[in-house]
Structure formats: C-alpha cells, structure tokens
Design a protein around this ligand. Structure first.
Ligand code: BG6
Ligand code: GLC
Length: 937
C-alpha cells in the first residue's frame, strides 16, 4: 500500500472531529461519537426539568436534505448499501454481500408490511411480527402531563449496572432502577414473550414482569406500586415530542431494534373494542425468523446468529442492533485478514475471539484503537479498511431499518386513509446517534415511503423515564377521569330494576287514565280515538289527508283501491311551518294550513272536487267523535295562541270559510300514532299498537271498550291515544329525572309538561347531551376544560348528531367532525367521551321507550287473558328510523320486560297520512251506511 497521503479519503468517516480516542459506545461509521458524558451534554441542550420539554429535534425530516452515500462501485446506482472503495477490490469483494439494491430493499419493505398486517390478525400465519397491543391509548396531550406531578417535576433515578451474571442466571432479578420511595416504572412488556439482547434469566418468559417486580419489591419490604409496564419503544414515543406535537411512533435503534406506533384500534383484531387508537409494539426485531429475509442474509449474519444466545430468533434485530453489528464487522475483518487484505494476512487470537468488537467507530483514531485492541498493527491502509467495513455494516443496518420504518408509516397512512402522513417519530438508541446511520435512514425512508413525512425527534437521557412517567400519569389521569365521568353519567343509567319500575308505573298510570274517577290525576291521558277497528282492506275512495305535528307538514292525496286495482296510491307535498307560524296566533297557523291545501289542490288539479279529508294532528286531543278533536295543550314547540281548548277541526273549517274559495269535508281527525297503526295495519292485521319516536314520542293501542270508562259500551275495542309523552307530569317519575333533565325541562317552551317525552324524543336528546357536555367541560373532563361558548347555545347539538356520532364505522371521525363544525377542537379522547355521553343518553331513551312499550304489550295480553301474545307495533319517527341503535335498545328492553309477548316491529314507510285516509274511509262508510236507511238505499 502507498503512503497515507495516497490513500483514498472516504468522505464521511474522516470528517469526524473530536471523536474520543476509544469511545465506550458504538456510534457507526459516520456518527458523532457519543459516550455517556457526551450524551448527557445533550440533556443540557434541552429542558430536562420544568413543565414543557423540548427534546432535541433533528432538523432533517424524510424530506430533508440528508445526503445518501453515493454508490461507488455500482454504476446506475442499483446498489445502495455497502460501499467498498473500488480501489480495494479485495475489500470490495468481501463487503459485496452487504450491498442491497433499492429493489431488494423494497422487497423487504413489502414483506415487513405484510408481516405487520398479518401480525394484527387474530389468526396469525407464518411470516408475521407479533404486533402486541400495549393498552396505551393516547399520546401526551401537551397539557403538561408528567410525573411526578407539579410543582416538582424533576425526575430522580439511580443507575445500577446489570452484570452478565444475573442476565443469564435465575429469574429473581432485583429492580434495577428505582428511586427510593418513588413509584417504580419499568420499561418492559407486561407478559414477557421472549428474552432478547443477551438476556436469558430463567423463570420469566411467559410471566407478568410487573408482578414479578412487585413481588421482588415486597420481598424487600418497599412501599412501591408498579403501575405500568411499557416497552422501551413506548416509553420513547411518550417521552419525545416536538413542541406540543406528540410522537406517534417510537423507534429504538440501539443494542437491539424495535418500534411502536399509534394504530387504529379497529385494525387490532385481538382487541374487544375498536374505538380510537392504541399503541402497538411491533417487536419487529423478530422479522425474518421464518425465513422472510433468506435472500439478503450473508454468511456473516448466519455466523452471528449461530453464536448468539437466541439462535434463529430476532433475525432482523441481528442485522441492525449494535449488539450484533460489531460481531458482523469482526467476522468481515477475519475474512479480510484471511484474504490478505488486512494485516498482511495474519490474524490474532483477539481477532478470532467472539465479542471482541463491540464498538464501530467512524474516525481514524477509533479505527486505530480497534486495530490495537485486536492485536493488529494500526497501519493506514488497515485503518481505512476498518472504516470501510464499519461504513458498510452501518449503512446496511440503516437501509434495513428504513425499510421497516417505511413499511410502518405506509401502514399508518393507509389505515388513517390519508393521502399524506405527517408524524413525529421519537427515536432512541446509540446507533441512531451516528450521523451516517441517521442520514441513510432518513433518505432511504423518504425513498421507500415518499408519501410520508416523518420528523425524527431524538430522545435525550431522561426521555424514556419521562415517557414511562407520562404513561403512568396518563393511566392515572384516565382512571381518575373515568371514575369522575362514570359518576357524572351514573344517574343517566337505568338499572334493570329501574326499567321494571318504569314499566310498572306506566301500567298503573294507564289504568288510572282509563278510569273516570282517577283520570284527572293520571299523567297519561288515555284518550279515546273513536277508531274501533284496524283496516280490513275493504276501504275505497279518494281522500285528502293532512299530516301536521312531525318534522314535516304534509298534504296528501290518497287513492284507496282494491289490491287488484293497484292498492293504495299516494301523492304528497311537504310544506314548512315556520316557527313564527307555529308559535304565533292560531288563526294564522290555520290560514297557513289552508293556503297549503289550496296550493296542493291547484297542483294536483283537484279544484272543484270536495274530497273527504283525514287530518293527522299529532297533539293531544280530547275526542267525542271521529271528526272532532279538542286540543288539550300544544306540545313539541307549537304554541299557537287561541287553540287550546278548541276543536281543531272547527278551527280548520273556520280558516276555510275565511278563505271563502272552496269547501273542505273533514271526516276524521287522528293522532299520528293512530295514523301509523292504521297505515301499518293495512299490511299486517296483527298491528294493534302505534308508536312514534320522532320529534315527540307517543303510543296508541287497541283497548277493550269495557275498560274505556269515558266511552259508553262494553263490546269490542277502541284505539286509545295514550299521550305517554306526559307520563310523569304528575311527579310519579321524579326519581328518574336527573338534573340534566331538569335543565332541559326548565328552558323548554312547556316546563313541567311532557316530562317522559323530554327523556326520549328527538326534540330533546341533543339538548340532554349538550347539558352533560357543558358539565363535563366545567369539570375539566372534556376539551381539557377549555371554555366552549358554542355549547352554551340551546339547540346547537341536535339529536341527529347522536345518530352520526353513534354510527358504526368511522364514528370517531364523525364525532370529531361534528365537534369541529361546532368550533370545538376535540382530541381522540374527547371524541370518545362525547360518543360515550351520546350512547348513555340514547340507551336510556331506548330503554325507557322499551319499558313503556312492554307495559302496553302486557296490558293487551292481560286484557285478553292470554298466556302468550303476538302483536305487531307500527312505528314511525326519525329517531327510531335513523338512529343506528335506538330501535335495538327498544326491542331488547321489550324482550326483557315482556317475555310473554312476541312483539314484531313494523316500520311505517308511508307516513301516517295513509292511516288518516283509511280512518276517513271507514268514517265515510259508516256515514253512508247510516244515511242509507234514511234515503231508502
Ligand atoms: C311521520 C308521520 O312519518 O312521522 C307523522 O307521517 C309523524 O305523522 C312523524 O308525526 C313523526 O316523526 P318525526 O320525526 O317527523 O317527528
Ligand atoms: C307529542 C304529541 C303526541 C304525538 C307525539 C308524537 O307527544 O303530544 O300527540 O303523538 O308527540 O308525534
């Protein structure tokens, strides 16, 4: 070899300045040497104590300007790792197997991605990585969550060496890092799956490490609780953040390698719930254990594996972890010596000794030092060869690490359905501190996952301790918060006993409402409707129908034909009732209704025809006959003056007279429950109950006439409009009302009225949720207690939000979007909490409705003296139809509380207008049959 000046000067290795002569730790070919002292210098660069810590952030991102080592010996750049100088052909030949092309790297990335996805499945096949759920569900939210709590946020710890003895001996390991009288926080996974990185203590694998530690603590009579056990990747992820942005990936490249990331919980098949995210510990070090990397492993790798404590295991780790890289380098040097490319061909006992190379240094001084340690002459050419070997080993490790990081980022991007992913990655491990490693990792990751931007946030000395502390603090906070939230929501939960009580109370109120002497005190009015039978299919003719009182006001033309002639045919038009009309003078409301009828008739070419009209009027009316209905009181936001106590049919007729343009033949007025029952009864003769859960809630059913004391006669049945929305207005349900319900009632248009309806129907559920959210914010359990003026606005949280937020699939995203639209920036935890509130409120509503319906079914069964009743309930209303779970809650509760009734639910598709027309048809038939004798027909 020529003189030192003639030697090729490798670009990176010789740039190192100030590398200690014999640093204690491996830093990679081009990295900044970092001994424990130099690492702790970084600690002074960042805030090591105090509320907010900013770990050192590497300026480069995957998009950053880092330079890849230029391929030297491979024109066209196909070989991207391991770059032996062409002027040393023997060195080049020996190092060649470490060179990997972009194609090979992409293949590894592809396999790793597949292995990760397979690892998330319950039935794991070959080629998987473990993908262990960690039960860490959120990253620090930047509110200064740290341990120990303020004001003293200093971390205290003592480092105790773990010698080789205990590492390989029996399993009674002593806690290694415990500050006296402080909680012990351990960075290991809970149930140890396998040892790695030179550990092999017996009796630990398969056991809960936290428990073992706790037992050891107790043996030593310390008063310390082990609260959490986390993997070092998790501790790193939790301990690093960029300003206030948390890291969502943790990466360790030290003695071993591993990673964790925040995964969408729904993709972790082993989890029972699929809400939000959970940190998954990939344990990617095991990748390749089933042969997935066979094509890239070299004989050196096989040797290293064969000589390791866990032969055949953690194959990926053995290509990257510093514990193994030194050994790979030593084997390469042995080969070079044998090939006479080092030390003029001689070897030494040290060079042949396993484990003699523990630190791969980039600088010349380090190379000299290593050669000396190996008993070799540190000549300039040999120093250069050592540098080349280090460079090749480290570059390959970085490229392989990049394949896995790229796979993980790609997986996250896909699962989050994002075109671009932008995440912070907390990184720890000495290998990572080497500049060569870092640059290669960044560049290669960007190449392999161009649609992902990963900002690497380097851990500092206390990051892991902080991370574990944060996990503990989060666990504590979540537990405390869960308890507080549960306490707050508790009154909204109905125990089975409470559901039975509601059923029994309603049964009692029904009886009282039907009896003359108790009717006035009963909260359910049990109003006779004069509908005596469900449709029998013989109804015929053309009818007008009005449908007032739900979300929409409709005018309809209903043509009743025989089934052969096409059955029922309907045309309808929706008109709005502006709030000022619903809440203005009554005459104005009825004039508006007449205007709509005129418009409809004009559009339908009905001028000149006076069709019989059935009027669905969804408010409580006292009826004395089919065509008369005295409005008892308005409900559901209607307050039009001058109507209560009046016959609404007459009010409509007066408005028609005021218009003086046409005639209207109102033959029947029906409640929407009745219209719905009749409408569904046309298709199912078993339909003897009508249920509405929409803006309001109510039910009707076929009662035995003998029980209806307000109507003479004992034969047959009559449909009773229960008006169960008012159930509890007499105080009988007081024990079930919460202070949230009281607030909703207080600000309503009809305080003290429709108390049951206010627990159930669409007009109020959103308001109940809003009241709960307001209190959660006040108690700083939601939105971190930030003031949310939007939530103070009545009606800002309509019930349709519950349907959206509780829908399956992308529910959390929906929740966040809903809150976002309200100007409320919600974290995943916030979104989960809001969803929980919605669930509790709608569950209670469904259960109450179910309990009431069970009372009705049981009453019918009882009336008829049946052991078993089969009955159909015709149902309508937006809440029942559109809420994703409400109907199940109702049905489930009916099953539970009325086990002797088989209740079938039939949703009304045609609205209650059809039912009103059917009732009108029956009225006409009766009227005609009454008129017939008089006219001699
Ligand atoms: C409609 C019926 O389909 O549902 C109305 O035709 C009824 O008569 C209404 O009042 C109830 O639901 P909502 O959600 O519109 O109040
Ligand atoms: C309200 C009305 C009632 C109606 C129900 C459903 O409770 O008082 O008549 O049936 O809403 O719309």
């Amino acid at each position: 070899m020529s003189s030192r000046q003639d030697e090729p000067v490798p670009q990176e290795p010789h740039k190192e300045a100030g590398s200690p002569a014999c640093p204690a730790q491996w830093v990679g070919a081009a990295g900044t040497a970092q001994d424990p002292q130099s690492r702790s210098r970084h600690v002074t660069e960042v805030v090591s104590t105090g509320p907010v810590r900013h770990p050192r952030t590497l300026p480069a991102t995957c998009l950053g300007p880092a330079r890849l080592p230029q391929p030297v010996g491979a024109p066209g750049g196909s070989q991207l790792c391991s770059l032996p100088d062409p002027r040393c052909p023997q060195v080049q030949r020996v190092l060649q197997p470490l060179s990997l092309s972009l194609q090979q790297l992409s293949r590894v990335q592809h396999h790793m991605l597949a292995a990760m996805e397979a690892g998330l499945r319950l039935r794991k096949g070959a080629h998987t990585v473990p993908m262990l759920p960690t039960y860490v569900r959120s990253t620090p939210d930047g509110t200064g969550e740290s341990w120990p709590p303020a004001p003293s946020r200093q971390l205290r710890w003592r480092t105790a060496p773990i010698g080789s003895g205990p590492l390989r001996a029996g399993g009674r390991a002593v806690p290694a890092a415990a500050a006296p009288d402080s909680p012990v926080l351990l960075s290991l996974q809970s149930k140890l799956q396998s040892w790695s990185k030179g550990y092999s203590c017996s009796g630990v694998v398969g056991r809960d490490v936290g428990q073992l530690l706790q037992a050891a603590i107790q043996r030593q009579s310390h008063d310390i609780n082990v609260m959490v056990v986390v993997n070092d990747t998790v501790a790193t992820m939790m301990g690093c953040r960029l300003g206030t942005k948390p890291c969502e990936v943790g990466l360790i490249v030290g003695a071993g390698t591993n990673s964790c990331f925040m995964e969408e919980a729904r993709y972790v098949e082993s989890l029972d719930d699929n809400e939000g995210r959970m940190c998954v510990n990939t344990e990617w070090g095991t990748f390749g254990d089933t042969g997935a990397m066979a094509d890239i492993l070299t004989t050196y790798d096989e040797h290293v594996d064969a000589g390791s404590l866990n032969k055949g295991k953690h194959r990926f780790e053995k290509l990257i972890g510093s514990l193994y890289l030194g050994e790979i380098a030593r084997l390469l040097l042995v080969q070079l010596a044998q090939d006479k490319a080092l030390h003029a061909g001689g070897t030494t006992p040290q060079l042949r000794t396993q484990g003699m190379v523990t630190a791969l240094e980039g600088g010349l001084a380090a190379a000299q030092c290593l050669l000396q340690k190996l008993g070799l002459q540190p000549s300039d050419p040999d120093c250069f060869t050592v540098q080349q070997v280090c460079l090749a080993v480290v570059t390959r490790a970085a490229c392989l690490c990049a394949t896995s990081l790229a796979a993980m980022l790609t997986h996250m991007r896909k699962n989050r359905e994002l075109p671009q992913l932008d995440v912070c990655v907390g990184v720890d491990g000495d290998t990572f501190q080497a500049r060569r490693f870092r640059q290669t990792l960044l560049e290669m990751t960007k190449k392999l996952a161009p649609e992902c931007t990963a900002t690497l946030v380097s851990a500092v000395d206390d990051s892991r301790a902080q991370g574990v502390a944060v996990v503990a603090a989060v666990a504590l906070r979540l537990e405390a918060q869960r308890r507080e939230v549960d306490q707050l929501l508790q009154p909204l939960r109905l125990a089975p006993r409470a559901r039975q009580q509601v059923q029994a109370l309603l049964q009692c109120e029904m009886e009282r409402g039907l009896r003359q002497e108790t009717h006035a005190q009963a909260s359910t009015r049990m109003l006779p409707t004069y509908v005596r039978a469900t449709p029998d299919g013989s109804e015929r003719g053309d009818f007008l129908a009005l449908d007032l009182g739900g979300t929409n006001f409709r005018v309809l033309l209903v043509k009743l034909r025989s089934r052969e002639a096409g059955g029922i045919c309907m045309v309808s038009e929706i008109y709005s009732i502006p709030p000022e009309v619903a809440q203005g003078p009554g005459s104005q409301l009825f004039d508006h209704i007449v205007e709509c009828i005129v418009d409809f008739q004009t559009k339908q070419g009905l001028w000149g025809r006076t069709l019989p009209l059935g009027f669905t009027f969804s408010f409580p009316c006292q009826q004395k006959s089919l065509d008369q209905g005295i409005l008892l009181n308005w409900t559901k936001g209607f307050t039009a003056s001058g109507c209560e106590g009046k016959d609404v049919v007459e009010l409509l007729r007066e408005a028609v007279r005021r218009k003086n343009q046409f005639d209207l033949d109102v033959v029947a007025i029906v409640n929407d429950t009745v219209g719905t029952m009749m409408s569904c009864g046309y298709d199912d003769p078993n339909c003897e109950v009508g249920l509405i859960v929409g803006t309001g809630t109510n039910a009707c059913y076929m009662e035995e006439l003998r029980n209806v004391e307000a109507v003479p006669g004992a034969e047959g049945r009559m449909c009773i409009n229960m008006e169960w929305g008012a159930f509890g207005d007499n105080g009988c349900l007081d024990e079930f009302f919460t202070h949230f319900d009281a607030q909703v009632d207080r600000v309503s248009l009809n305080p003290g009225k429709q108390r049951f309806e206010k627990l159930i129907s669409g007009m109020y559920l959103g308001e109940i949720v809003r009241m709960v959210l307001v209190e959660l914010v006040e108690k700083e359990l939601l939105f971190q207690g930030r003031p949310c003026p939007a939530l103070q606005t009545p009606g800002i949280f309509p019930t349709k939000f519950l349907s959206t937020i509780e829908s399956d699939g992308l529910a959390l995203r929906q929740a966040s979007a809903v809150l976002q639209n309200l100007g409320l920036a919600a974290s995943v935890e916030d979104a989960l909490l809001v969803r929980k509130v919605c669930q509790v409120v709608s569950l209670r509503a469904g259960q109450l409705c179910g309990a009431a319906l069970a009372a009705v079914a049981e009453k019918i069964r009882d009336n008829r003296g049946l052991a078993q009743l089969a009955v159909t309930v015709g149902v309508d209303g937006t809440l029942y139809k559109l809420h994703p779970h409400f109907s199940q809650h109702v049905q489930q509760t009916v099953k539970e509380l009325a086990p002797r009734c088989t209740v079938t639910f039939l949703q009304s598709e045609d609205g209650s207008g059809k039912g009103a027309a059917l009732v009108a048809a029956v009225a006409c038939r009766i009227a005609q049959s009454r008129a017939a004798p008089a006219t001699g027909q």
